[in-house]
Write a protein that binds this ligand. Sequence first.
Ligand SMILES: [Zn+2]
Length: 742
Amino acid sequence: MNDDSTHDHKPPYHVRVSDAKDRIYELRSLLSRANSAYYLGESQIMSDTEFDLLLKELEALEADHPQLHDPNSPTARVGGDPIPGFTTLPHAIPMLSIDNTYNEQEVRQWVERMHKGLGSSDAPSDDLFNATPSTTFTCEPKIDGVALSIRYEDGSFIRALTRGDGTQGDDVSHAIRTIRSVPLNLQSDDIPDEDIPAVLEVRGEVYIPLQEFIRINTEREEAGDDPFMNPRNACAGTIKNLDPKVAAARNLGFLAHGSGEISDPKFASGHAEFSSKIKRFGFDIGEHRTIESNADAIIGAIHRIDGIRHDLEYATDGVVIRVDSFEQQATLGFTSKSPRWCIAYKFPAERKTTRLLSVEHQVGKTGKITPRATLEPVNLAGTTVSHATLHNYGMIRTRDLHVGDTVEVEKAGEIIPQVIGVVLQDRPKDAERVLPPEHCPACDAPLEIEPLESRDDPTLETTRRCVNPECPAQVREKLVWFAGRKQMDIEGLGESTIDLIRGSEIPLNHFADIFNLHEHREQLVELDRMGEKKVENLIAGIEAAKSQGLARVLAGMGIRHIGTTTAKQLARRFKDIDDLRQAELWELMPTAVNTMSQAKREELTGSKGKLETTYETGLGADTAPVIFEYLHSDAARDAFDRLSACGVDLSSKDYQDAESIIDSPFAGKTIVITGTLERFGRTELSEQLESLGAKVTGSVSKSTDLLIAGEKAGSKLSKAQTLGIEVWDEAKLVQTLDSMKG
Ligand SMILES: [Zn+2]
């Protein structure tokens, strides 16, 4: 399958098979092969765009033929229907935890104990003539994810269980099936069936890549949802969400690092062999595993991993060291809690203690109240930290936080400083308990306490929200957001200017008021710290912002569930605000509609066929109705009418009819831009490529299709070359873009 198919752009799978059943089987096999070729690093057998189109064809066919349902179909990657709840099932072999140490000396002592137990010796690795039996140790980064055990029977994915209490765990198959690096079938052309054990359990960690974590949190905050505390937490919340579409949208990874039940004792003699065997099935086993034969070498491996771990795409907190041989593992056995043959060396966390001076209750643009800690400044991982997130009131209660407490502060995933604990014995006698506010700290309106919307995060408990639409704090936050750089980008209208104007007689309560500020020119000039020049710039900035277009207006209005990405996706699909407001509900969620059964689809759309789905809107069956209702509300009509009356352009600059996107050479490609480009600004180029159907991301990974490298391209270029990713220079880019114009 890797022969010369790359030269032939019309492979045989374009041949139509009249029978839907045959076509379903054909598509399943093609897409599975394409997926495993991709994850095994073989040459691609189809482009991402082709993959997506065939996957959508399969989804539509399966929706029409429910009798041919297969939970392991490649369409499982996009997530099926929500599950009603979790089933708890026993582990075939308990999932024990691993003993930890923070101390190199203890690692040496552990190695010594292993040798003693096995009658081997700590021989230098090059001593080939040593007569005592040898013991080898595998060392690999300890990834800070969520542990899972995935069971295969006769080569088919059966279920994935969380660790739970070690003897039984929750069945999270619905979410795990969406992870592209978890094979759903182990069979392939290159592996004889007899090489696949009848029962095989692969254990490892699910994780959210760090870049993805930042993206998810940014979007959640934009859309008015609570951000996750750290990547691990985000990951646990994702796989514990009953709706598998949530997991499908979050680009999870799975790193295999161990085994459970294996029916064939001859499958592998040790951990290293096991790893290389399951790699052939399509599992990601990581790239930094080494085999060492003595304590010095193991310590060396720990230092080496410490040196590279900050460049990895996932969070790590240590190194797992284990005796490689399964036979020797059996000899060493277990304590009641953990295997004797395995130990985790943990890197000391960047954690400091400091004093909690006060807790502020901030009102966000959606009215959400967020507690924020003010701390005695402390140096943490290279920066001075004087504020930290407390996330929510559930967390304050579980930690029983008091003002004056000595608290432990850590950087989550080395990103956001947060309070993680309290040193109870240092609590001053007069310390006062931190209580959640009952009234809005800005407008004194009573707060609405929302129950948790999902099981996303068990510590979240509740969200407190000010629902007064006139709340000055919310109005301020909304205006600041609207004028912000990523939204309307109004030069001269930052937070302090907004506060200044709002403190005067000049009305500034609605988005439209911004565009009437020029009528108050004289009053503006009179304001403290303003003056002619500044006012002139401000009015020019406001005038320029009128032509930003629909995507930025939508993103700027702080509408629940519409962040920057969704705003852009909607603006690609709809010509202008009228087009968007006239859309049917189902047009706002094409992807969700296509996975519905034919009956449900007919009921919603009145049409029998599948939808034209060359576009995504970023909205699903849960969020689209909320947006639909908003778009048809009086509040929305009023807001858009007023903006329009002020001359704000509500037409889309991003609108693309589906056909032209499919023809674009960038369609469906994941592109990274690096280095200095002569003819393009980075943001401007990203936007141009996105309008041509590309997804532009920040870091090079296996899923990158193309790297555009300008002058002085550094580590991203070398990483792309290592991974064999296509690289274009600026000349090639200019040439391609020019040829599209003609
Ligand atoms: Zn309020």
